[in-house]
Design a protein around this ligand. Structure first.
Ligand code: C2E
Ligand code: CA
Ligand code: CA
Length: 490
């Protein structure tokens, strides 16, 4: 009896052990199966992306750079997103900042080589992403990501790799990569919209000399809406005379008297109030409207000069800003000349301020010089605006057909420091030896005025004397006779 019970108990125990072992085995098989499926799927995605990246259809590849063109990139990105709608994607736009200037410094051949190397760097470091090339030095990458931190890390890893390409030290350039990111969740966003938004995010980055990124968000979206509003209203605003010319006096540093003025435009918006140029000029430069606006400002200046001459006021030259966009088509000179003649404005009463970037960021400075000579031939003076703000090449100064050098306010930043003083005084000295007038802008303190006068700078313009004022206020000033700022303002 006892033996029977023992046998039964032993049998039950071994059955339990067997069941346990079978369960563990089943569990292990399940885990292995799961891993196999996940891995297989991962391999399938990887293969899928690699296959997409290997498309060799000549029409789809930017042959020179061996990267998909925008058209193919969009198609493949759409295909991938639609095949896995639950995943998160990001459209990343990489742009080498100021590539025209890079081209200008190193020449087109090396410029092309640099773009090729960027393409290679992307291919080498992004095996599982779709890569595409847009215009010029712009590249797109479609990243699949888990969370933002990890996405940013991977995005910046790529820009770091581009920045550390060995070519940069050979051509002595510090590369700056601007990156715009647009997130695509649940495939809800059309890829073309994502491309636009990544581009907007990139454009929202300021003009710093450091590589940086921006992710498209509502704020950027709002500024996009503001841009659209400005574009919708600009033509009506011009018809309704909402653009106003403000004038800021320039002061002769020897006599303290007004020796000129700069016309600076403002928009008196009926709902948004007084808008400064930084709210609209860059938008107008992108859509071309600046050509009309500059002409309008110029005509207002001519009209006022005529009026003041007729009234017997003591007029001094007025400068107008000429956007770089005019240099795309030099026909504007004859239009300006017609207006000048219409108001019987004598030669050298109007000066064109051309920012230095027009010359130095242009592929062909000789073409720019040709246009500048034509401007002078019809009786306008030329001032090189923002000189020293980042583009200038001193060697070109001797060939440049200009009358005045306008030093950027950046030069005054640390002017109390000895080294800064040495730089500014030598630039003024050099300009004087080249027979150029020199004016310093953004002058805000008496100390700066004294320093500039002592080193022989001819003129100064800045808040220390006067802010840009409406035409009527300036008119009162010149009506009084030449204001002496040494007695009046400081
Ligand atoms: P800009 O040609 O370099 O003009 C000088 C800017 O410096 C003006 O800004 C002026 O108000 C400001 N400014 C003058 N004195 C001082 C000072 O002491 N300190 C500081 N911090 N700033 C001073 P504003 O009027 O806002 O114009 C900004 C830019 O917009 C101008 O820079 C010019 O590039 C552009 N702009 C203005 N009006 C026109 C225009 O009619 N046509 C074109 N194409 N561009 C224009
Ligand atoms: Ca200016
Ligand atoms: Ca300036």
């Amino acid at each position: 009896m006892f033996v029977t019970i023992k046998v039964v108990a032993e049998t039950e125990a071994s059955i339990q052990v067997l069941v346990l072992a079978a369960s563990i085995l089943a569990f292990i098989i399940m885990i292995l199966g799961f891993c196999f499926i996940v891995n297989k799927e991962f391999v399938v995605i990887k293969k899928y992306i690699r296959r997409l990246n290997k498309t060799k259809n000549a029409d789809d590849i930017d042959i020179e750079y061996n990267i998909k063109n925008k058209f193919r990139f969009i198609k493949d990105a759409e295909m991938l997103i639609n095949s896995r709608l639950d995943d998160k994607y990001a459209l990343v736009h990489y742009d080498l900042n100021k590539f025209t200037i890079v081209n200008n410094i190193v020449g087109y051949k090396v410029g092309d080589e640099i773009i090729q190397l960027i393409g290679e760097t992307l291919r080498k470091n992004l095996k599982n992403e779709i890569i595409g090339k847009a215009d010029g030095d712009n590249f797109f990458v479609l990243f699949e990501f888990m969370n933002i931190e990890e996405l940013i890390e991977r995005t910046c890893f790529v820009s770091d790799k581009i920045e550390s390409m060995s070519i940069w030290s050979k051509v002595s350039i510090n590369p700056v990569i601007k990156t715009g990111i647009c997130l695509i969740d649940n495939g809800e966003l059309d890829i073309r919209t994502a491309i636009d938004r990544a581009n907007f995010a990139k454009q929202s980055l300021d003009d710093s000399y450091k590589s940086c990124y921006a992710i498209y968000d509502n704020k950027i979206g709002i500024s996009l809406i503001e841009t659209k509003r400005i574009e919708n209203e600009m033509n009506k605003a011009l018809e309704r005379n909402e653009f106003k010319v403000y004038l800021q006096p320039k002061v002769d540093l020897k006599t303290g008297e007004i020796s000129g003025a700069e016309a600076l435009v403002r928009w008196e918006h009926p709902e948004l109030g007084l808008l400064s140029p930084d709210k609209f000029i860059s938008i107008f430069e992108k859509n071309g409207f600046i050509v009309k606006l500059d002409m309008y400002v110029f005509e207002q200046v001519c009209k006022n000069l005529r009026k003041w001459i007729d009234l017997g006021y003591d007029v001094v030259p007025i400068s107008v800003n000429l956007s770089r966009i005019h240099f795309l088509n030099s026909n504007f000179i004859s239009d300006y000349n017609k207006i000048k003649k219409k108001y019987l404005i004598g030669n050298n009463l109007i000066e064109m301020e051309i920012t230095e970037s027009v010359v130095f960021s242009n592929e062909n400075e000789n073409e720019v010089f040709k246009v500048m000579r034509k401007i002078r031939d019809v009786g306008f003076e030329i001032s090189m605006d923002d000189f020293g703000s980042g583009y200038s090449c001193l060697g070109l100064l001797k060939e440049m057909p200009i009358d005045t050098l306008k030093l950027d306010r950046m030069f005054l930043k640390n002017i109390e420091e000895y080294k800064s003083q040495i730089i500014v005084s030598n630039i003024v000295d050099m300009a004087k030896h080249l027979n150029l007038n020199v004016i310093s802008e953004g002058v805000e303190t008496e100390m700066q005025v004294d320093f500039l006068r002592d080193i022989g700078c001819d003129m100064a313009q800045g808040f220390v004397f006067a802010k840009p004022e409406p035409v009527e206020t300036y008119e009162k000033l010149i009506n009084k006779g030449k204001t002496n700022y040494y007695q009046a303002a400081i």
